[in-house]
Write a protein that binds this ligand. Sequence first.
Ligand code: IPE
Ligand code: IPE
Ligand code: MG
Length: 236
Amino acid sequence: MEEKMNIPRHVAVILDGNGRWAKAHHVPRKLGHKAGCENLEQVVEDAARLGIEYFTIYGFSTENWKRSEEEVSALMQLFRAYIPRLKKIAMDNNVRVLSIGDRAAFEKDLAEGLDMLEETTGKNTGMVFILALNYGSRDEITRGVRKLAKQVQEGTLAPEDITEESISLSLDTAGIPDPDLMIRTSGEQRLSNYLMWQLAYAELYFTDVYWPDFHREHLVEAIQAYNQRNRRFGGR
Ligand code: IPE
Ligand code: IPE
Ligand code: MG
């Protein structure tokens, strides 16, 4: 049946459950994150091959800074190590990488690594892989509103000209179509400040599988469930 699947154009994932996966395997949390990162490499390739056009992953939230210093620094180390690997995967699979979220909070080398990824992969024409790092919807909307307010203050934008479209364009996801399907792993059923504006009409799919165990077959299962849904956008 896989051939007949209608592939959603934009799939957004909250990768969750690395910590519980580590606990279940009696290993330190940071090994759960490592397993999660390694799994992501495979899933990005699978997503690209399935024909998904935009694939967004929540890797680190604006709230995740509240975790222990040890865990935050282990995650930063992992991101650092992950950048060159992701570059290779992206180049091998014609994937363009973008990042959303407030990069300013990251150390310089990490922020520059993300710039380099966007630049190096900028001409690839296949799937767009969007990494949400130090991302939070409320923060994104706050920054966007601030940009618009500045334009109003400078006299280049009239308050009546603030529309849903101009708000969308003020967000980090400007130009990216809204997600059609949102997947969260590990059994939690919340948005945790993820793409709250953009997910207004997305289908939501929750699975109990922990992220490091989420493989191609689970992605296909989610897409099949999405195919069973009767999508509505408020009309009849
Ligand atoms: C998701 O796994 C990865 C990040 C938030 C960075 P968690 O670390 O949230 O795993 P659990 O929820 O504790 O199992
Ligand atoms: C959401 O997961 C953030 C990421 C996946 C990066 P969390 O595990 O941090 O969310 P909560 O705390 O359970 O809501
Ligand atoms: Mg979690």
